[in-house]
Ligand binder design. Structure first.
Ligand code: MF3
Ligand code: CO
Ligand code: CO
Length: 257
């Protein structure tokens, strides 16, 4: 299957879906607090997504049992919300929201610091945020997919390790589409980026090694060495002159991530 090129009308629908996902993430992010269960996060995501006329894309996706992925501390991605897991002061927690609105999807995540986290944990979070930014900045028309991962690799340097087992993905009328977007690409390799392409940039950065393992639940992905992991994600549209992030808040909405 080829990579989809979106029409201007489809790009507008991507912007609407992206804004809805961003609004839900900001809403939930501003309510996180020690003592809250991760199942409460799931409930907030459902309520807020539906209030906007959207649907949580992740709910039931390949059997995923929740509306949102919530990944604490050593969980790299795909953490399953639970009424038995509470946020604790000093945690770092990634909340990954994907919203389908009017047939299109927006996918965005942020890692939040709960209360008073150790300096090393805060530094990892900022490293992951900067890695996303570096990757997006490389997504200019005419560049190649590998340039994104190469930029992230250069940015992260020896300060953390980049997860290779999972990457970004094309997105549009489905949550996961071609192409796969590696966060460790090689410069000038892979598909050429063209106006109208849409994909996510979502680097997962580990404090220890890049190795991961999956829990017996079949979803929860953790660092193999138990060290912390942080991640940030945006959905990006390739515009005529550069990347456009669809998963930003509309003007006037409070910005929390
Ligand atoms: N939002 C996730 C991503 O960034 C998708 C997780 S799939 C799920 O690609 F089934 F685990 F929800
Ligand atoms: Co994604
Ligand atoms: Co996501």
């Amino acid at each position: 299957m080829a990579i989809t090129i979106l029409s201007p009308v489809e790009c507008d629908r991507m912007r609407r879906a992206g804004r809805a996902a961003a609004a839900t993430l900001a809403y939930v992010g501003s309510r996180l607090a020690p003592g809250m269960t991760t199942a409460e996060i799931d409930r907030l995501v459902r309520v807020h997504t539906e209030a906007q006329g959207g649907r949580p894309s992740q709910l039931g996706y390949h059997g995923f049992p929740a509306a949102v992925c919530v990944s604490r501390n050593d969980i790299v991605c795909h953490g399953v919300p639970s009424p038995h897991v509470r946020l604790v002061d000093g945690d770092i927690v990634n909340v990954d929201v994907t919203t389908e609105l009017d047939g299109f999807h927006g996918d965005t995540s942020a890692t939040y610091v709960i209360g008073d986290a150790a300096p090393a944990a805060r530094a990892l979070v900022e490293l992951a945020r900067g890695a996303r930014h570096a990757g997006i900045a490389a997504a200019v028309p005419g560049a190649r997919l590998g340039d994104i991962g190469a930029a992230i690799t250069k940015y992260v340097g020896d300060d953390g390790s980049i997860v290779e087992a999972y990457g970004g993905h094309g997105i549009g009328r489905a949550m996961h589409m071609e192409p796969h977007v590696s966060h460790v690409g090689r410069p000038q390799c892979g598909h050429r980026l063209r106006e109208g392409m849409a994909f996510t940039v979502e680097p997962m950065i580990n404090a220890g090694t890049s190795a991961v393992r999956t829990d017996a639940d079949g979803w929860t992905v953790r660092t193999a060495d138990g060290a912390l992991s942080a991640q940030f994600e945006h959905t990006v549209l390739i515009g005529p002159h550069g990347p456009e992030i669809t998963t930003l808040l509309a003007e006037g909405e409070p910005h929390t991530s």
